[in-house]
Ligand binder design. Sequence first.
Ligand code: 8YV
Length: 332
Amino acid sequence: MPNSPKKPVVIVTRKLPDIVESRMRELFDVHLNASDTPMSPAELVQAAKTADVLVPTVTDRVDRSVLSQAGDQLRLIANFGTGVDNVDLDTANNRGIIVTNTPGVLTEDTADMTMALILAVPRRLAEATLYMKDPQTEWAGWSPTWMLGRRIYGKRLGIIGMGRIGQAVARRARAFGLEVHYHNRRPLPKEVEQETNANYWESLDQMLARMDIISVNCPHTPATYHLLSARRLRLLKPEAYIVNTARGEVIDENELARLIEQSAIAGAGLDVFEHEPAINPKLLKSDRVVALPHLGSATLEGRIDMGEKVIINIKTFADGHNPPDRVHSAMF
Ligand code: 8YV
């Protein structure tokens, strides 16, 4: 029997669905994390010293310090996730380490969650459920003026970042009777604008001042860090809501919390936070904030598809080809 080629050493930092892990066991010399305990920076460095391929997630900071201590054998970082702000792409590139991600497979799930928050915040779903389940309160029955929210239909939605997820949100929003507006680095091709019925704003400032709901759907990059700065947040109307299923770092979280506390913004639906897992306590205290624990892509189907993408990227690379989902810092 001919010698089978040596399998790449793959270190996966978090527990993945069983079906993904089984396939990885068949294909690679894989080291899994059965306990799912997030790796410490020292453990991450150790992994980078021994793996041919590292599979990190959003909870691992694969920064300059980790990458500068990596061994020469580390050739691929196959990120389990679409956002790659957890990886220092420039340092990886300088060291000749290829980085891949998992685009496309979490678009619909994340857009669903965005739409859920767009509905949940103005219609007070979380607050009302907490009320019903609270043993201290007893529902006295229907009332014409109690727990009133705000209408979704006919309102103006401003999407920041009109990539795959932004466009999927626009399609859903249209079905709910929202007027769709967007800000992006570049306008969409005319046919996509027509299909989504979306109106382009070159000026983010001008768009912010005129919207009823803002949805953040852009990646976190050096250019989008605090894109919604204190100054820009103050441009919003006091009746406006903000929804963020992208990355917490895009919004100045402390300022957002302050403005909601002062009723200068009506409320927020947040799936992501600036310093995860820490959250500004003012946000958690507010009735007008719906907070979710980074669940945008958290469906079983989504996680399996993400795992499948990771496997394809590793296998293609190990077979000597260009992995399909290679990312470069210039893309972000
Ligand atoms: C993932 C995400 O769950 O893919 C992304 O960018 O934000 C999430 O939906 C997470 O990043 C997995 O690492």
